[in-house]
Write a protein that binds this ligand. Sequence first.
Ligand code: PLP
Length: 497
Amino acid sequence: MFYTSTRDKTVHVRSAEAITRGISADGGLFLPEEIPQITLSDIDELSKMGYKDRAKKILPLYLTDFTKEEISDCVDGAYADGKFSSEKIAPLYSFGDGVEILELWKGPTCAFKDMALQLLPHLLTTAAKKAAGGKKIVILVATSGDTGKAALEGFRDVPDTKIAVFYPNDGVSPMQKLQMVTQEGGNVAVFALNGNFDDAQNGVKAIFTDKNIADELLKHNMMFSSANSINWGRLVPQIVYYISAYCDMVADGKIKNGDEINIVVPTGNFGNILAAYYAKEMGIPVKKLVCASNANKVLTDFINTGVYDRRREFYVTASPSMDILISSNLERLLFILSDCDDKKVRKDMKELSENGVYDVGESVRKKISDLFVAGFCDDVGTKATIKKEFDEKKYLCDTHTAVAVNVYYAYREKTGDKTPTVIASTASPFKFCAAVLDALSPDLSDVSDEFKKTEKLSEITGLECPRQIASLHEKKIRFDKVVDRKDMADEILKALL
Ligand SMILES: *Cc1c(COP(=O)(O)O)cnc(C)c1O
């Protein structure tokens, strides 16, 4: 299996190189040249296995230049006993009405990004041995919250790696900040930046492409790589859990092997739903992929019209991990649906960066609307959904999951489509405690301390706050440095060398 670039079809590399480099030199994203297939009898076989064994069967289809033993070691390291609070790793919760909630937040940081970021460091260090002469990998992250913590936790004390994270000093939630500044591990560094998320992102990009810094690192046998969802190594672990969810439904007798399902995903950068698309194209019988957005509904408009237009107001919402106007992973879908037309992708992406808008044209638009359904839900709808599902079903959703639940039921009502459905649940409700508590009990909004809020939420719902969040206030603050944009590079070198 080889990988090419969305912006240059002549690129032809192995998965180890795609993963180590993160992004192609032409600015495009790496993707496999063909999509491997699984049959119904493969699904039967997978249905009898646990999560780790399923991963060990599925990942080799994409990572053909890794040995079986290497993949097995990576998977065993990522999903080792005790790392995830569910033995099933990504369990289904039966919601009723033929709906299953796929709970992807049982990992160390309580958000779905753990599913990939626990595995990526293992894939990356294995890949670097093959493709980068065993150089030490330095991961740089600009984060608006969830990615930074999940990456820190994934790379913590992984041999031959270092990780540095920048977050905007006033741009993350108090709980997210505390999660990062108390980070443990001998190879980690965390900095607050005077500025917003864009400043952090631009600063990190500038360091990535700075030749002097790269040369300095090379002298110490180090190189940069990316833990961002543009890295194929972050996408491929996500395909596994959609296949696994289908297998669980077959194994539990909820569907017969071969029956169609719908998959609903709360979407930001288009990574998670793209993984569901890959699962469908591999052979999982999927009728519709439902793309759910919050008030930043650039994807809803795109899927419904074929015009991607980022020239619009940006909203800060109760589901901040979906507050995104440029969904990077969409580029991979456009490449596939335009029959690998790299020139067209280059042109559309150039228009997006220069004018903020592009139109994919009728034939691609038609293919998208056959595959996807899109809808959105604002904060009022999000909070109403959290309250309704808790009152009626005693199920507590976080704000991102609530967007998906809301969009799904609106779709079901409009179309009468009662196909069995999997809704991806992307975070623990305790991670976005303030908004969830406000949805259930607006009268408690004067409780200002984050930990009091989690206690209140436990009290009202009878649910236990995950230990990783409840125990944060006992942890020592290790990183209290606030840096200016111009000092980022110096700080990185000081921390690394
Ligand atoms: C990152 C994130 C999302 C969005 O996922 P994408 O892959 O960017 O579409 C949704 N919910 C939560 C909680 C997240 O952390």
